[in-house]
Design a protein around this ligand. Sequence first.
Ligand code: ZN
Ligand code: ZN
Length: 156
Amino acid sequence: MGRRTRSKKAVCPRCGETVESAEHVPFEEKLYTLHCTACPRRVAARHDDPHFWGIEESVARRLGGGGPSFFDELMEGIGAALMPCSCGGTFSPMAAPRCFECGEVLGEVPDGHTLVGPPEGYVVEAHWRPDCLPSMRPGLSDQGSRGNRPPGDNDG
Ligand SMILES: [Zn+2]
Ligand SMILES: [Zn+2]
Protein backbone atom coordinates (compact mmCIF):
# COMPACT_ATOMS: atom_id res chain seq x y z
CA MET A 1 0.00 0.00 0.00
CA GLY A 2 3.06 2.23 0.31
CA ARG A 3 1.73 4.58 2.96
CA ARG A 4 4.58 6.64 4.23
CA THR A 5 3.52 6.87 7.82
CA ARG A 6 6.26 6.62 10.38
CA SER A 7 5.48 4.78 13.56
CA LYS A 8 7.14 4.92 16.95
CA LYS A 9 6.74 3.05 20.16
CA ALA A 10 6.34 4.70 23.52
CA VAL A 11 6.40 3.08 26.92
CA CYS A 12 4.03 4.40 29.54
CA PRO A 13 6.08 5.85 32.40
CA ARG A 14 3.54 4.72 34.96
CA CYS A 15 2.33 1.23 34.05
CA GLY A 16 4.90 0.18 31.46
CA GLU A 17 2.34 -0.48 28.72
CA THR A 18 3.89 -0.21 25.27
CA VAL A 19 1.85 1.82 22.85
CA GLU A 20 2.49 2.43 19.21
CA SER A 21 1.95 5.78 17.59
CA ALA A 22 1.79 6.60 13.93
CA GLU A 23 2.22 9.90 12.19
CA HIS A 24 -1.09 11.05 10.90
CA VAL A 25 -1.19 12.86 7.61
CA PRO A 26 -4.22 15.10 7.92
CA PHE A 27 -4.78 16.10 4.34
CA GLU A 28 -4.40 12.56 3.10
CA GLU A 29 -6.28 10.78 5.83
CA LYS A 30 -8.93 13.48 6.04
CA LEU A 31 -9.08 12.75 9.71
CA TYR A 32 -8.32 15.23 12.43
CA THR A 33 -7.68 13.80 15.86
CA LEU A 34 -8.08 15.67 19.12
CA HIS A 35 -7.39 14.17 22.52
CA CYS A 36 -9.28 14.76 25.72
CA THR A 37 -7.53 16.96 28.24
CA ALA A 38 -8.39 14.57 31.07
CA CYS A 39 -8.66 10.98 29.79
CA PRO A 40 -7.39 8.74 26.97
CA ARG A 41 -10.46 9.28 24.77
CA ARG A 42 -10.12 11.05 21.48
CA VAL A 43 -12.28 12.40 18.72
CA ALA A 44 -11.58 12.01 15.03
CA ALA A 45 -13.32 14.82 13.18
CA ARG A 46 -14.22 13.76 9.69
CA HIS A 47 -13.38 15.94 6.74
CA ASP A 48 -16.67 15.11 5.03
CA ASP A 49 -18.68 16.45 7.96
CA PRO A 50 -20.60 19.67 7.09
CA HIS A 51 -19.76 21.05 10.54
CA PHE A 52 -16.12 20.61 9.68
CA TRP A 53 -16.67 22.56 6.44
CA GLY A 54 -18.31 25.35 8.41
CA ILE A 55 -15.32 25.65 10.74
CA GLU A 56 -12.92 25.49 7.83
CA GLU A 57 -14.82 28.23 6.06
CA SER A 58 -14.90 30.58 9.02
CA VAL A 59 -11.19 30.09 9.69
CA ALA A 60 -10.38 30.74 6.04
CA ARG A 61 -12.51 33.89 6.08
CA ARG A 62 -10.77 35.13 9.22
CA LEU A 63 -7.31 34.48 7.79
CA GLY A 64 -8.15 35.85 4.38
CA GLY A 65 -8.00 32.54 2.58
CA GLY A 66 -5.22 30.56 4.23
CA GLY A 67 -1.69 31.06 5.43
CA PRO A 68 0.87 29.19 7.52
CA SER A 69 -1.27 29.19 10.65
CA PHE A 70 -4.32 27.79 8.87
CA PHE A 71 -3.98 24.24 10.16
CA ASP A 72 -3.37 25.31 13.77
CA GLU A 73 -6.34 27.67 13.69
CA LEU A 74 -8.49 25.00 12.11
CA MET A 75 -7.62 22.52 14.86
CA GLU A 76 -8.35 25.14 17.52
CA GLY A 77 -11.66 25.87 15.85
CA ILE A 78 -12.57 22.19 15.85
CA GLY A 79 -11.66 21.86 19.52
CA ALA A 80 -13.76 24.90 20.43
CA ALA A 81 -16.75 23.55 18.50
CA LEU A 82 -16.78 20.07 20.06
CA MET A 83 -18.96 19.14 22.98
CA PRO A 84 -17.01 18.24 26.13
CA CYS A 85 -15.87 14.66 26.75
CA SER A 86 -18.12 12.44 28.86
CA CYS A 87 -15.41 12.49 31.56
CA GLY A 88 -15.76 16.28 31.91
CA GLY A 89 -12.60 17.14 30.02
CA THR A 90 -12.53 18.89 26.68
CA PHE A 91 -11.11 17.86 23.33
CA SER A 92 -8.19 20.05 22.43
CA PRO A 93 -5.41 20.04 19.86
CA MET A 94 -3.11 20.89 22.77
CA ALA A 95 -4.07 17.81 24.79
CA ALA A 96 -1.45 15.08 24.94
CA PRO A 97 -2.22 11.44 24.19
CA ARG A 98 -2.65 9.28 27.26
CA CYS A 99 -2.00 5.64 28.05
CA PHE A 100 -5.12 3.55 27.40
CA GLU A 101 -4.31 1.37 30.39
CA CYS A 102 -3.80 3.88 33.17
CA GLY A 103 -4.44 7.35 31.71
CA GLU A 104 -0.91 8.66 32.23
CA VAL A 105 0.23 11.34 29.78
CA LEU A 106 2.63 9.88 27.26
CA GLY A 107 5.20 12.59 26.85
CA GLU A 108 7.19 10.66 24.29
CA VAL A 109 4.52 10.74 21.63
CA PRO A 110 5.77 13.33 19.17
CA ASP A 111 3.67 16.13 17.77
CA GLY A 112 1.55 15.06 14.86
CA HIS A 113 1.50 11.45 16.00
CA THR A 114 -1.52 9.62 17.25
CA LEU A 115 -1.75 6.36 19.16
CA VAL A 116 -2.84 3.39 17.11
CA GLY A 117 -5.01 0.52 18.19
CA PRO A 118 -7.10 2.11 20.95
CA PRO A 119 -9.50 -0.21 22.78
CA GLU A 120 -13.15 0.05 21.85
CA GLY A 121 -14.83 3.15 23.22
CA TYR A 122 -11.73 5.33 23.24
CA VAL A 123 -12.41 6.84 19.84
CA VAL A 124 -15.64 8.79 20.15
CA GLU A 125 -17.72 10.44 17.49
CA ALA A 126 -17.61 14.19 17.05
CA HIS A 127 -20.53 15.86 18.80
CA TRP A 128 -20.74 19.50 17.85
CA ARG A 129 -21.90 22.37 19.97
CA PRO A 130 -25.29 23.78 18.95
CA ASP A 131 -23.70 27.08 17.89
CA CYS A 132 -21.38 25.30 15.46
CA LEU A 133 -23.20 25.71 12.18
CA PRO A 134 -22.77 23.27 9.31
CA SER A 135 -21.85 24.50 5.86
CA MET A 136 -23.37 23.31 2.64
CA ARG A 137 -20.14 23.69 0.76
CA PRO A 138 -17.47 20.99 0.61
CA GLY A 139 -14.19 21.71 2.35
CA LEU A 140 -11.58 24.06 0.99
CA SER A 141 -8.96 21.37 0.56
CA ASP A 142 -11.20 19.77 -2.04
CA GLN A 143 -10.98 22.85 -4.20
CA GLY A 144 -9.30 22.40 -7.53
CA SER A 145 -10.28 18.78 -7.84
CA ARG A 146 -13.77 19.76 -8.89
CA GLY A 147 -12.99 22.87 -10.87
CA ASN A 148 -14.87 25.09 -8.45
CA ARG A 149 -14.24 28.79 -8.31
CA PRO A 150 -11.73 29.73 -5.66
CA PRO A 151 -13.13 31.24 -2.46
CA GLY A 152 -13.25 34.96 -2.89
CA ASP A 153 -16.91 35.76 -2.79
CA ASN A 154 -17.05 37.96 0.24
CA ASP A 155 -20.60 38.11 1.41
CA GLY A 156 -20.03 40.39 4.34
ZN1 ZN B 1 -0.03 3.41 31.54
ZN1 ZN C 1 -12.26 12.62 28.69
